[in-house]
Design a protein around this ligand. Sequence first.
Ligand code: FE2
Length: 196
Amino acid sequence: MTLLQIMSDTDAGDVRLRTTDAEVIGAELSRRGILFDRWPALESVTAATTNEQLLADYADRLAELNADGRYKHIDIARIHPDDSNPDWPATAAGARAKFLAEHRHAEDEVRFFAAGVGCFYLHLGDEVLATVCSAGDLVSVPAGTRHWFDMGARPAFVAVRFFEEEDGWIGDFTGDTIGEQFPTLDELVAGTAAGR
Ligand SMILES: [Fe+2]
């Protein structure tokens, strides 16, 4: 599910917009300077799809996005439930916790979701834009933008990451606990409480 929920940054219960219309999502993000695009979602992409296959499947799109050679490192981040592994819950919780607090990066955070789901929370002025991305969604969070990311209680996604520098993923954490006041990815998708 692709979803945009816009809330007041001081009151998660003040929901100003909630939509699953990709065109509206693109327009709302665009007028705030956020790139959002949709590439064809390939049903053939699963947790078992190799990185090589994925990069080959999207070779044309990747080349187009990186026509100016801006991204020197393109890799794949993936996580998928493995209930046969007793360490999985801890692994999942650790991965989820990593970027759950508000932070920013020195370069744009560019992600293409080939499968699964994840939510970027963009803190822009007096708004928080919870942007749930799913298969086919490309988003670019501009450098310096305060944001956080939730992969949910049961993380499952395959995402292509684009970096200008090898350490471009490093987060500068603001120390603000604002993220705790907003609905989680799972709550957003379920369409339950606006706050928690
Ligand atoms: Fe980030």
